[in-house]
Design a binder for this molecule. Structure first.
Ligand SMILES: [Ca+2]
Length: 248
């Protein structure tokens, strides 16, 4: 019996501890430290960002190099702005608890429509065929981008356990990257099964920005597929970071 325990201990010791996906910092850029970032995506050379809080919620087009806001539109002050994503010549945006999303013209930020949905609105991304929405739980909802009607859901799990509080999302190379609220880690999710493939631990970046506000968590992922650039930021963070993942 003692031998068996010893053997088990040796085996456990020999099993490498789980290692998160390695990454390196490529560059950092200025970011509006007043932006309570709820959504982020890249399109044609610039970032698009949405911010939260009633009365302060906006859709923004942001120049990467210096963080200059090139275009902005306010969301009606009764709403708390959440995730955004582009679809063709449109931007789709969510609100937190009003179960109402908005459609905007990408070129000039004119609001052109709205749509209802179930549950809370948190993050939003798209995979080229469908929009993908998080709602603060472990569910991801796949939405028809034209009718804005939900088509299916997956439950996100890690090691057999639910991964709730999924927040800002980004579709990157066939995976869904998701911020997890109040965490400095990003989940790499298999869109078919909902299983977490691996984690990206960005706590060194959170430490580097050093914003003490409790709400100033990592939130915001944007991907420039053409140049393979991945951008991340956080609520009230003074910087947007470009990082490079090293995948196996
Ligand atoms: Ca995003």
């Amino acid at each position: 019996m003692k031998k068996l325990v010893l053997l088990l201990l040796v085996l456990l010791a020999a099993t490498p501890a789980h290692a998160d996906t390695p990454w390196t910092l490529v560059k950092s850029y200025p970011h509006d430290p007043k932006a309570f970032t709820e959504g982020l995506f890249y399109r044609d050379g610039t970032l698009y960002e949405s911010t939260g809080h009633e009365g302060l919620s906006e859709i923004r087009q942001v120049r990467i190099r210096d963080g200059k806001i090139l275009r902005r539109a306010s969301i009606d002050s009764q709403f708390f702005g959440e995730g955004i994503v582009d679809w063709g010549d449109k931007i789709i945006s969510l609100t937190w608890r009003h179960r109402r999303g908005f459609v905007w013209r990408l070129s000039d930020f004119t609001q052109t429509g709205e749509f209802p949905y179930d549950g809370e609105g948190w993050g939003l991304t798209q995979d080229g065929r469908q929009l993908i929405r998080s709602d603060g739980t472990a569910q991801l909802r796949f939405i028809d981008p034209e009718t804005l009607v939900e088509q299916r859901q997956v439950t996100v799990t890690w090691d057999g356990k639910l991964v709730p509080l999924l927040n800002e999302l980004e579709w990157v190379k066939g995976e869904i990257l998701a911020n997890v609220w109040y965490s400095n880690r990003i989940a790499r999710i298999d869109p078919a099964s909902g299983g977490v493939i691996d984690w990206i631990d960005l706590s060194p970046l959170a430490k580097q920005v050093g914003v003490l506000d409790q709400e100033a968590v990592l939130n915001g992922i944007a991907y420039d597929a053409q140049n393979d650039r991945l951008f991340v930021t956080g609520k009230y963070w003074p910087k947007v970071f470009e990082i490079k993942l090293r995948r196996d």
